[in-house]
Ligand binder design. Structure first.
Ligand code: DIG
Ligand code: MN
Ligand code: MN
Length: 393
């Protein structure tokens, strides 16, 4: 039995649009057949996946009648039942139809903003009907080219109004659903509002129902912004706002590549899995591990399933190495908390005049402290050796 084969208990999920990606890009036509959603679900189940995510129109074509929509949903529910797959997350496609060419919630035309709310409410109904507990908002076209087209503050206010309204809708419907906001710095718009997860974390704090809203950080999107994805996720976890996550690979300084997880920046991927699995101490992430990625355009259908299995297998390989890493006595010694019996009580207590006086008077020999080596070269060399299998497993 392959110890790194995916199991449902791993909670790996894929969007229909990921393994269903037909290979179209801005410079070329599709290279693969468009697969039917029920077929994709069955194949994902065979690969050991736990869940499948979807935009409304990944399953129900834009403009479908209610009867057609209900037939499609009925068949899809049967496939979920037959395969034991679940729908952990749903989202709205607010970027393909030309009506969204100037954005959705932040668009200048009130008809567009109203249509976006209408479409999102129907899509939330669909997601809840399929069992989704998380609802993602990726503002793909919420942005600008001609930046004078609207005051960015108005875009923020319109988005806040939409979020507050939709949270109100979820509460009014009595849905057990949380929102997860996904940031991206640009593409397809020249500049996107709320470009990073950090911007989203602040924005959430300004919402009427902020308690039901978290983030869905994506590796590629934070890397596009030149940021550390591990630090992004750590801040979201520390704020108890990591409601979902989009895992993939990305080379820095390029368009949104949505590559197979772990195929780029193996050390960053290792440190991310270590953080999510909690082997480094602290709370682990227990939500669905979603791969928002797709196979290279060079691949046929068998390459798509190589891609899907590769995402999950790499995650499990890195999780095993993270366990070995944090069980390694030398690592433990290198990263052990530095203790100081006199200063710790002062540093860990909240402010008091006494502690301020004591800190002012504390005898600290700056020259001696500055001479102390931290051992990080050894630590990082051992990190590389664990990742390369030269140490640990
Ligand atoms: C792209 O990174 C976005 C869309 O695919 C979707 O809205 C969201 C959900 O993972 N990610
Ligand atoms: Mn992406
Ligand atoms: Mn994504």
């Amino acid at each position: 039995m392959d110890p790194y084969a995916a199991q449902k208990s791993d909670k790996f999920s894929f969007g229909l649009w990921t393994v269903g990606n037909a290979g179209r890009d801005p410079f070329g036509e599709p290279v693969r057949a468009v697969q039917e959603p029920n077929y994709l679900v069955r194949k994902l189940a065979e690969c050991g996946a736990y869940g499948v995510n979807l935009h409304d129109n990944d399953l129900v074509p834009f403009g479908a009648s209610r009867t057609e929509r209900d037939r499609i949903v009925r068949e899809f529910k049967q496939t979920l039942k037959d395969t034991g797959m679940v729908v952990p997350m749903a989202t709205t496609n607010l970027f393909t139809h030309p009506i969204f060419k100037d954005g959705a919630f932040s668009a200048n035309d009130p008809k567009v903003r109203a249509f976006a709310l209408q479409k999102t409410m129907a899509s939330i109904d669909l997601g809840v009907e399929l069992g989704a507990k998380i609802y993602v908002f990726w503002g793909g076209r919420e942005g600008t080219e001609a930046d004078a087209c609207r005051d960015p503050r108005v875009a923020i206010q319109r988005t806040r109004a939409a979020m507050d309204f939709l949270c109100g809708y979820v509460k009014d419907q009595g849905y057990d659903l949380k929102f997860a906001l996904e940031a991206k710095p640009n593409e397809p718009r020249s500049e996107n509002y709320f470009p990073t997860t950090g911007h989203m974390l602040h924005f959430i704090s300004t919402l009427q129902h902020h308690e039901m809203v978290g983030v869905n950080p994506e590796v590629a999107h934070e890397v596009m912004a030149g940021l550390s994805f591990v630090h992004t996720v750590a801040q979201a976890m520390e704020a108890n706002k990591l409601f979902h996550i989009d895992l993939n690979g990305q080379k820095i300084g390029r368009y949104d590549q949505d590559l197979r997880f772990g195929s780029e920046d193996i050390k960053g991927s290792f440190l991310l899995v270590r953080l999510l699995e909690g082997t480094c101490g602290g709370k682990s992430y227990t939500g669905p591990k979603h791969f928002d990625a797709h196979a290279y355009r060079t691949e046929d259908e068998s390459g798509v399933w190589d891609f899907a299995k590769g995402c999950m297998r790499t995650y499990k390989l890195l999780a095993a190495r993270a366990n070995a890493f944090d069980s390694d006595p030398e690592i433990k010694a290198l990263i052990a908390e530095v203790k100081d019996a006199h200063l710790d009580p002062l540093l860990n207590a909240s402010y008091s005049r006494a502690s301020a006086q004591a800190l002012k008077a504390a005898p600290i020999d700056a020259t001696a402290v500055a001479k102390r080596g931290l051992g990080y070269e050894r630590l990082d060399q051992l990190t590389i050796e664990h990742i390369m299998g030269a140490r640990g497993l």
